[in-house]
Write a protein that binds this ligand. Structure first.
Ligand code: GUN
Length: 288
């Protein structure tokens, strides 16, 4: 059996087409242009690529992009001052601070400074809390992208055994919380594996849906996957042979469905960010 490919590229294209129409309607009927401010500090090459792609996608959909590219040695006070300015700018509906930040800056303090109503990444503790209690405001983009891939591929999560490998604040933790909610695209039984899990393969072999977000290239091998499982690969790594994910190529011969790298989860993350920004523009203009 060779797995069916779940194309994030194709699914994100469909969603972006829907979002472009929403932007056009907002402008035509209400004279509202959604605005997203993206702050990047330093020269991390991967972050530079992500931020560039976010800005290009904004332009394509009709979202106004506000760029703030700051040098590596920018002080925390300067960043907090900029966030305060953006919190009070009515043209800005979403504020995103690209992570990771340089070591001298306290991530938590910076994320806490963003107005929760403009927190389109869904990282503010207020929005994390809302997600856990089941009344989410802004869903974090990568986990939401994973759920949309499953939903739009017709994969049933209700009652499914889902195993997530990885417990980061950006993917593993929010995704686990989203998947066990009493909600459409959720209702799963969720297990989270991490670096202290005694026997990762014991858990992954039980998964109907396996989500790899360990941050280790090709970590998930074919003998760790149940035949017929759905595999979502959140990893992205630059190697001498090009990009690869957290899932080994041979898993394609075992899984029923799998996301590729690149062209799987990556394009969905950006698309969900655009969705959150448009939603925020609507909320800020009392249109939702
Ligand atoms: N760095 C890696 N992923 C993300 C993300 O989803 N949002 C932000 N702000 N930074 C990231």
């Amino acid at each position: 059996m060779t797995a069916q490919i779940i194309s994030g590229k194709k699914i994100s294209k469909e969603i972006k087409a829907e979002l472009k129409v929403e932007c056009e309607e907002l402008k035509a009927k209400h004279n509202v242009v959604p605005g997203l401010a993206v702050i990047i500090v330093g020269e991390d090459p991967a972050s530079q690529v992500y931020v560039k792609n976010k800005r290009i996608t904004c332009e394509k959909l009709g979202i106004k992009s506000f760029s703030h590219d700051l040098p590596e040695d920018t002080s925390e006070a300067k960043i907090l001052g900029l966030i305060d300015e953006l919190n009070n700018n009515a043209e800005v509906h979403g504020i995103l601070v690209q992570l990771p930040l340089p070591k001298h800056i306290n991530d938590e303090k910076v994320l806490m400074a963003i107005d929760p109503e403009k927190d389109v990444d869904g990282f503010h503790p207020m929005n994390v809390g809302k997600l856990v209690t089941g009344s989410p405001a802004y869903l974090p983009c990568t986990p939401h992208g994973c759920i949309q891939l499953l939903l739009r591929s017709g994969i049933e999560t209700s009652g499914a055994e889902v195993v997530i490998v990885g417990r980061s604040n950006i993917v593993g933790k929010p995704l686990a919380n989203m998947l066990f909610q009493k909600a459409v695209g959720a209702n799963a039984t969720v297990t989270v594996c991490h670096t202290r899990t005694k026997d990762v393969a014991f858990h992954t072999k039980r998964a109907d849906i396996l989500i790899a977000a360990a941050g280790v290239p090709k970590y998930i091998k074919a003998d760790m996957v149940k035949p017929g499982a759905v595999v979502i690969d959140v990893g992205i790594h630059r190697t001498d042979d090009g990009l690869c994910g957290d899932v080994d190529d041979a898993v394609r011969e075992v899984a029923s469905h799998i996301t590729p790298v690149p062209g799987g989860v990556g394009p969905m993350t950006i698309t969900m960010l655009m969705m959150n920004t448009i939603r925020s523009a609507k909320v800020h203009n009392n249109l939702e």
